[in-house]
Design a binder for this molecule. Structure first.
Ligand SMILES: Nc1ncnc2c1ncn2[C@@H]1O[C@H](COP(=O)(O)OP(=O)(O)O)[C@@H](O)[C@H]1O
Ligand SMILES: [Mg+2]
Length: 491
């Protein structure tokens, strides 16, 4: 059975009412039974006393003359009272003169007279009365009666009490069951409403008010609270809908913008590809006529040198030089175009080893130059080995070229940490450049040094940047005039 505090309120109320009425009834019944017994004992005691006094009065003569036969006869009259158990007459000396019944056993009759008075003793009412005449005591009358009347009365009143108790409890139960509703009904209604609110989230329900008492006040307060919650809930829902709508609008807007950007990007890509294709075919198609110009200039110089004067030969010489320079430019442009078009194949690339190869190649080509190289070992990156080689080649070749006028040229290839990201570094102590033009370096045909100072086409760094960008990396440069240049790139 669950503990009392978990009982439903109906049962709790019924139990409390039954407990109280039961307690009241038991106390009342006990009082009733006690009263019954006390009065009954008083009554039988006064009966016995009266009877004793009558007997005592009748026994004076028998005692005065110590007439045993008379005394026995007087006592024998007691047989008409069925409750009388025993009696005895003692003379002045305290000896027994006569007894009732005649052959009374010793446990019925005390050997000597008892003190005067009446008392209940061993389930009997016993008493001693003086037998006197004219103020002179002649002896003592002892008398004993059973208490059957008292126990009968006790039993009867007990039965009555139990019956009354049972009927009263039944009535109390019926009444409690009927009346507890007055208190429990409003509470149950409140509980039911609260359950409905919490399970269905329906704040429009209201608890029925069943009276103007404190429970009525509680119901009113509860209903008011529900009104407030309902209002706030409605407000919240309105906000939520508004918000959803706004989010939807924003999403739509963003999607449209995203779509526009995507379209732009696609258009740009297409345009770029077209441009690349155009640059590629133009460069490619320019090569043939250029080769003709160079070839025929060569033929003219070889076969018709005699017909030309010195100025003519010089001019032809310049035509050849210019056409050769243009061929280099076109080759570089073609390389740049190829870098963009080439398909990428990604793998782990040993950049340190690659740098050592390039350096060896540079030294083989110009053995008279002495450049100090410092290549950090074990530099690796994921990327397309062919493209990365082109990029590294350009950067190291630039370092080689722009340190040509430096008495103690040094070139370094290493890696460093830039804002938590790994960056590779190519550094030299050559001619350097003015930081003002740092962003120009990577444009096609953009050169910070004249051809007279340093030879070149200005396509190299543009090619490098395309390669790095295709790898998802960044490239930037730092430098100062005559203090060297540093190129950083990430992959
Ligand atoms: N290591 C360097 N030191 C100084 N300037 C450099 C260095 N590398 C590149 N530059 C500058 O950037 C320009 C563009 O370089 P690049 O595209 O490789 O063209 P090129 O080497 O053919 O001149 C160069 O003309 C030069 O002015
Ligand atoms: Mg270059």
């Amino acid at each position: 059975m669950s503990p009392l505090r978990d009982w439903p309120i109906k049962r709790k109320l019924t139990a409390i009412l039954l407990l109280i009425s039961g307690l009241v009834l038991v106390l009342t019944s006990a009082a009733f039974v006690t009263y019954q017994v006390v009065t009954f004992r008083g009554t039988i005691q006064s009966h016995l006393a009266t009877r004793s006094r009558i007997l005592a009065a009748n026994s004076t003569a028998a005692l005065a003359f110590a007439n045993e036969a008379d005394a026995t006869e007087i006592l024998a009259a007691l047989k008409y009272d069925p409750h009388m158990v025993a009696a005895a007459l003692y003379n002045q000396d305290g000896r027994v003169l006569a007894t009732y019944p005649v052959a009374a056993t010793a446990d019925l009759i005390p050997a000597a007279p008892q003190p005067d008075g009446y008392r209940f003793q061993g389930g009997r009412l016993v008493g001693s009365t003086p037998v006197a005449q004219g103020g002179k005591r002649l002896g003592t009358l002892y008398i004993a009666s059973d208490t059957k009347d008292v126990s009968d009365a006790l039993r009867l009143s007990g039965v009555i009490a139990i019956v009354v108790l049972a009927i009263a409890m039944l009535a109390a139960y019926a009444l409690a069951a009927a009346l507890q509703g007055r208190i429990s009904a409003p509470i149950l209604a409140l509980a039911e409403t609260a359950t409905a609110v919490s399970t269905r989230q329906d704040y429009s329900v209201r608890a029925p008010k069943l009276g103007e008492d404190e429970l009525g006040t509680l119901t009113d307060a509860f209903n008011q609270m529900l009104v407030r919650i309902e209002d706030q809930d409605r407000e919240l829902r309105r906000y939520a809908t508004e918000l959803e709508q706004r989010v939807a609008e924003r999403t739509q807007e963003l999607q449209e913008r995203h779509e526009a950007v995507r379209r732009n990007a696609a258009e740009l890509l297409a345009a770029n590809q077209e441009l690349d294709a155009f640059a590629y075919s133009v460069s490619h198609d320019l090569r043939a006529p250029l080769r003709s110009i160079d070839g025929f200039s060569h033929v003219l110089l070889e076969d018709y040198a005699a017909q030309l004067d010195q100025a003519g030969r010089d001019s032809l010489q310049r035509v050849r030089a210019a056409s050769q320079r243009m061929a280099t430019l076109i080759d570089d442009l073609l390389k740049l175009a190829r870098v963009t078009r080439a398909e990428m194949r990604t793998e782990v690339v040993d950049l340190s080893g690659m740098a050592r190869d390039i350096v060896a190649e540079l030294q083989r080509a110009t053995p008279e130059r002495h450049v100090e190289f410092a290549i950090a070992p074990g530099l690796e990156a994921r990327g397309d080995p062919r493209l990365l080689r082109v990029a590294l080649d350009n950067l190291l070749r630039n370092g080689w070229k722009y340190t040509a006028k430096q008495p103690r040229p040094q070139i370094e290839f290493a890696s460093t940490n830039v804002n938590g990201e790994r960056a590779f570094v190519v550094r030299d102590n050559g001619a350097g450049f003015d930081m003002k033009y740092a962003d120009k370096l990577f444009g096609v045909f953009q050169r910070l040094h004249s051809a007279a100072e340093f030879e070149g086409t200005g396509v190299g760094l543009a090619t490098v940047r395309r390669i790095i960008t295709r790898h998802g990396g960044r490239i930037w440069a730092e430098g100062a005039v005559d203090r060297g240049a540093t190129f950083y790139f990430t992959l």
